[in-house]
Design a protein around this ligand. Structure first.
Ligand SMILES: [Zn+2]
Length: 163
């Protein structure tokens, strides 16, 4: 057998030539792949060290938050790896809805961290206290676990001040 046999060549080990030979480690954790959806990637736009992603392929994963199956579509992959500059090994762990909720939670948590001290001061504006209260309530809505004790205590303090 020739050393240059396609099956042995480095290019094919990276799945460059044949999508059916595409290494599944790029989709590690996926419950299924639709190889017929495969589109060519522009590897010059990707961030990688050794092996680029040669193909984008519709792939289905289980969301870590809601445990529903979701599709990580080829066009989303193209966006991640060619527009957003995401490193080629990345894979999604959340469905779109859970990801949006996660982003909102992060924003609210940031706002809480910055403003909670100020809003608890007795002379701070009522509007700020109310906003902080709304922020905490929304955080609670978005959280799967109960909020930390400290946040609950601060909410109670704000409610007392707003009476
Ligand atoms: Zn989800």
């Amino acid at each position: 057998m020739s050393l240059f046999n396609k099956k042995c060549s480095w290019f094919n080990m990276t799945g460059n030539i044949d999508v059916a030979q595409y290494p599944e480690y790029f989709f590690y954790g996926a419950v299924r792949l639709d190889l017929s959806s495969a589109i060519r990637a522009d590897i010059n736009r990707q961030h990688f060290t050794v092996v680029p992603r040669h193909w984008y392929i519709d792939a289905w994963f289980i969301c870590k938050e809601c445990h529903e199956e979701f599709c990580w579509g080829k066009e989303v992959q193209r966006f991640w790896f060619e527009e957003a500059g995401t490193y080629v090994w990345a894979r999604p762990s959340l469905c779109r809805d859970c990801w949006l909720k996660y982003q909102e939670r992060k924003q609210l948590q940031k706002r809480y961290n910055v403003l909670i001290g100020k809003s608890l001061k007795s002379d701070s504006p009522v509007g700020l206290k109310q906003e902080m209260l709304d922020t905490i309530n929304r955080l609670e809505e978005l959280s799967t676990k109960s909020l930390p004790e400290q946040i609950m205590q601060n909410r109670q303090a704000l409610m007392n001040q707003l009476k």
